[in-house]
Design a protein around this ligand. Structure first.
Ligand SMILES: Nc1ncnc2c1ncn2[C@@H]1O[C@H](COP(=O)(O)OP(=O)(O)OP(=O)(O)O)[C@@H](O)[C@H]1O
Ligand SMILES: [Mg+2]
Length: 280
């Protein structure tokens, strides 16, 4: 298999878990979860890189109260190195903004691709997790980004439109990209019991029509405190350590840290970038 190529693959970053945070419907809480999950993982001592892959509404930086300076397009145009495009946004948390460059990566020359992989390999060893915040929906770009991730976390809410759209997302990822495994986060539920019922519902539909079984990652209740803190550009995990949403997000971070590695070649940061560059 081509990924065994020593120059392009190597050992660096092979332990970085790459998770995408996806949804069929917009506004379900992906960016909120990505940012607060990053903070929870970082407070456990993990080093986290967030890739803001939402082309239209990139806003992870706003959640952290910073403004991102560069994006992948600047790397592709040779204005900055990968290292310089990555911005420290909190203790143990770095941010790389995708911008439109994320989707132009496969178009650069082979030499440029090799150089980029080289640079990425060097930074790869720095991180335990890379969390990829994505745009909602089933556009080719979103599907591609998710298919490159090692673990796809689909965020759903009790809204029937969210259930239908997340089913559509998993269906197309399954049928066009052969994705077999999805992790589900139930957000904005009234309580954990409702979250578990919601999971059972989507799991039943997916096993019946797609022959897929889903993993339950956890539930996050609808929380006024979270909504208010987001409005004031604060992260609930930091500002309200005892809020119900904080406790739930922390539990999801614990679940992720103990998550069994998926037995798959999709296991590294390099795989992710190589997919995007079209050299996997
Ligand atoms: N558990 C929750 N309780 C209360 N409010 C929530 C919860 N989760 C998310 N929200 C609120 O929902 C809104 C949308 O959240 P967010 O921007 O994270 O969604 P998104 O999925 O990233 O949206 P988009 O698809 O546009 O990128 C925000 O105002 C956020 O504060
Ligand atoms: Mg978002």
């Amino acid at each position: 298999m081509s990924y065994q190529s020593p120059n392009l693959y190597g050992q660096h970053g092979s332990h970085t878990k790459v998770l995408s945070i996806a949804s069929g419907k917009g506004g379900v809480g992906k960016t909120t979860i990505t940012s607060n999950l990053a903070l929870s993982l970082a407070s456990q001592g993990h080093r986290v890189l967030i890739l803001d892959g939402d082309l239209g509404m990139a806003n992870v930086d706003i959640m952290f109260g910073v403004r991102s300076q560069h994006h992948i397009g600047d790397i592709l145009q040779g204005r900055v190195s990968v290292e310089d495009a990555i911005q420290r946004i909190d203790k143990n948390i770095d941010l790389l903004s995708g911008g439109s460059g994320l989707y132009e990566m496969s178009k650069i020359s082979t030499v440029e691709k090799a150089q980029l992989i080289e640079q990425i390999s060097e930074i790869g060893t720095h991180y335990d997790y890379m969390l990829v915040d994505t745009a909602p929906g089933i556009s080719d770009q979103v599907l591609f980004l998710n298919s490159a991730a090692q673990q796809i976390c689909v965020v759903i809410t009790p809204d029937p439109a969210s259930i239908a759209d997340s089913y559509a997302l998993m269906k197309v990822l399954n049928q066009h990209y052969r994705e077999q495994r999805f992790s589900i986060i139930c957000n904005q539920v009234s309580d954990v019991a409702q979250g578990k019922r919601l999971f059972s519902k989507i799991n039943d539909i997916c096993s019946k029509f797609l022959y897929l079984s889903l993993d339950y990652l956890g539930s996050i209740p609808q929380d006024k405190v979270l909504r208010q803190t987001t409005q004031t550009q604060k992260l609930v995990v930091r500002s309200h350590p005892d809020a119900i949403s904080t406790v739930s997000i922390r539990e999801i971070a614990n679940e992720l840290s103990g998550y069994n590695q998926i037995d798959s070649c999709k296991g590294s940061l390099q795989f992710f970038w190589r997919q995007l560059l079209g050299v996997a």
